[in-house]
Design a protein around this ligand. Structure first.
Ligand code: SAM
Length: 336
């Protein structure tokens, strides 16, 4: 236990600096964010502030929260991201533009908090049909290619060349756990192949056709298939999913992970699916548009001659203050 003062976040940094100048800051313990306030460890009695007795973390044990290691003005502390993507030995962080002047300092803190990291990159957003990230290396080695391990599969990933979302790991495993022996599967938007690879690792499908329109994705996917020795099962295909689906045999399962617009390809997917087969479709939606979207899936399918049911609908993650990423398990019940 030790003494600290509780100050509003917006004033916190100025007060901390002043305490440091006056020799009143306790340098053996960390500053902690608590709601809208900062708890600043102090030595002696400080007049004019709410004083508490608190067990603040000592500074000499290794800090794993980068937010406790950075020195940004108090009013910006609340903008520090609470999480970032870890892809192999690369961290990818998105920053509010008010934090950009501190980007390198934040990257340094992230590297210190995660000693196994080799680089930290700033994410300027996902662009174009191929959903590739515009990344800027802030600290560490000037590279974005890395090896990422997920549920026992090690795969090459380069988020500056091919879209990859490490936060879908549990969803990929959920789908893998549904796959029955001998299934014929297509992944219409396969990227570097994480769905097919995790499925092959945990289930026994007969064949997985893994399509992507991005030549870099297919090149890396081919290496991942060889690395994991699934050449007999995963068939990488470079091309437009709408075209490529036409030449595939009737399928038991189809994965549609193009969350901005997957439903625009639903007619191609349903045409390739066996009756009783399942589509895993991912879509970013306004939360209040979810019900309307589900109704429109069913009615659009009916207008093409397919009777479908939505077996499971799940909110996977928040995308923005009003939007989320949803997964839909769509079953083809009958031909209408
Ligand atoms: C959101 S990423 C999904 C990647 C992968 N499934 C994953 O989980 O990491 C979508 C992928 O679809 C590919 N893509 C976009 N339009 C396509 C199309 N018309 N046909 C095939 N692939 C397409 C992009 O190149 C990108 O790799």
């Amino acid at each position: 236990m030790g003494r600290c003062i509780k100050v509003p976040l917006k004033d916190g940094e100025n007060i901390r600096r002043k305490l440091k100048e006056d020799g009143l800051l306790d340098r053996t313990r960390s500053v902690v964010v608590e709601g809208d306030h900062l708890l600043i460890p102090v030595e002696g009695n400080i007049e004019g502030y709410e004083t508490l007795e608190r067990d603040l973390p000592p500074l000499n044990c290794r800090e794993t929260n980068y937010r406790r290691m950075v020195d940004v003005p108090g009013e910006l502390v609340g903008l520090l991201p609470t999480s970032y993507d870890l892809i192999g030995d690369l961290a990818v962080i998105k920053l509010d533009e008010r934090l950009l002047p501190y980007a390198e300092e934040l990257a340094e803190a992230i590297m210190k908090a995660n000693p196994r990291l080799r680089s930290v990159a700033l994410d300027h957003g996902v662009k174009g049909e191929m959903r590739v990230r515009d990344l800027e290396i802030l600290r560490g080695e000037n590279k974005t290619a890395t090896l990422h391990t997920e549920f026992g599969v090690t795969m090459e990933v380069d988020p500056s060349l091919v879209y990859f979302n490490p936060r879908l790991a549990n969803e990929r495993k959920r789908v893998a756990d549904m796959v029955l022996e001998g299934e014929l599967i297509a992944d219409m938007f396969a990227g570097v192949g994480p769905f097919p690879l995790v499925i092959c690792r945990h289930a026994r499908p007969r064949r997985i056709y893994a399509i992507d329109i991005n030549p870099e994705a297919v090149r890396i996917m081919e290496r991942n298939i060889r690395r994991n020795k699934f050449q007999e099962i995963i068939v990488p295909i470079l091309g437009d999913a709408r075209e490529e689906m036409r030449s595939l045999p009737p399928l038991d399962r189809i994965i549609m992970n193009l969350p901005q617009m997957a439903d625009e390809f639903l007619d191609s997917a349903l045409s390739a699916l066996k009756v009783g087969g399942v589509i895993h479709l991912y879509r970013i939606l306004e939360r209040d548009a979810l019900e309307g979207f589900q109704d429109s899936l069913v009615s659009r399918a009916a207008s093409w001659g397919f009777i479908i049911s939505l077996e499971t609908v799940r909110e996977l993650k928040t995308y923005s203050p009003t939007m989320s990423v949803y997964s839909f398990d769509v079953k083809l019940i009958a031909l209408g």
